[in-house]
Design a protein around this ligand. Sequence first.
Ligand code: SAM
Length: 302
Amino acid sequence: MDVLERYEPLVDDFRAFRAACERPLPSVVRVNEIKATPERAMDALDDEGVAYEPVEWHPGLLRLDSTSPGRTWGAYHGWLHGQEEVSTLPALVCDPQPDERVWAACAAPGGKATQLAALADDEGTIVANDRSLGRLSALRFNAERLGVTSMAVTNRDARNYSLKPFEFDEFDCALVDAPCSCEGTIRKNPDALDEWSLEYIDSIAATQESILRRAVQATRSGGSVVYSTCTFAPEENEAVLDSVLSAEDCRLVEFSCALETRPGVTEWQGEAFDRSVRKAKRIYPHLNDTGGFFCAKVEVGG
Ligand SMILES: C[S@@+](CC[C@H](N)C(=O)[O-])C[C@H]1O[C@@H](n2cnc3c(N)ncnc32)[C@H](O)[C@@H]1O
């Protein structure tokens, strides 16, 4: 079965969508502003003879003319971090402030959690959690390389995460960058759909819902929870939001995004969702020459 065909009813220019999914992904790095400014990072790339092009919508992102950005001098010294362009969106939507406590519920290997730390000038408290100890090793390596000092690392199942070990009892903000079927990573990983199954989608959707519910419960009233996946399946996106909206005290809110996006879908295979899921954003690969992505912002309480 051709997995992407199931999304033909959702995508306006399906031929362009398919063609983009078959092209390799541009190589992008985020400048780590804990250690360097974009200008210094660009000077270092110039000195090394690596060509780059600034990404128009975000001054701290550079498209590199290199398939191994991790081998540059800047990456080695923690000035640069290889991060897919579209995957920088959730931390920007969180917009953490220096005095805030932020929970990255599914944080490894740490691209977004270290970005959260940098956005809060490395002065907030970022609690970076992941269930996988192996992936947390990569997160700790990245946090150290990037010079992050404002991060606590925990190894728990986010579905029943306890705040007892902390001297506070709620977060200001949470980011649920959920485990998912990864359909939108097909440009980076052409094997991404080899193991695709509806059974997996149904089981991971249950996990996503539990993690998102826990994030809403653990965030203060008036705080926000950002939900993101790198997949197209409405079962893992709008359906998860719909369930959490009816189970927890929260609502979806609009947020700005410089990328071209499409609204969340309110109907899928005979199932209707709360109309507010239109406030979520779908990003298809052909719209901005990126991977596929989904992002929503939830405000907690009334
Ligand atoms: C999409 S990845 C996160 C990528 C990460 N946010 C980043 O930017 O580098 C999803 C992560 O969720 C973790 N995960 C899966 N189930 C989990 C659970 N029940 N609790 C906490 N983490 C979980 C996986 O180990 C995986 O690292």
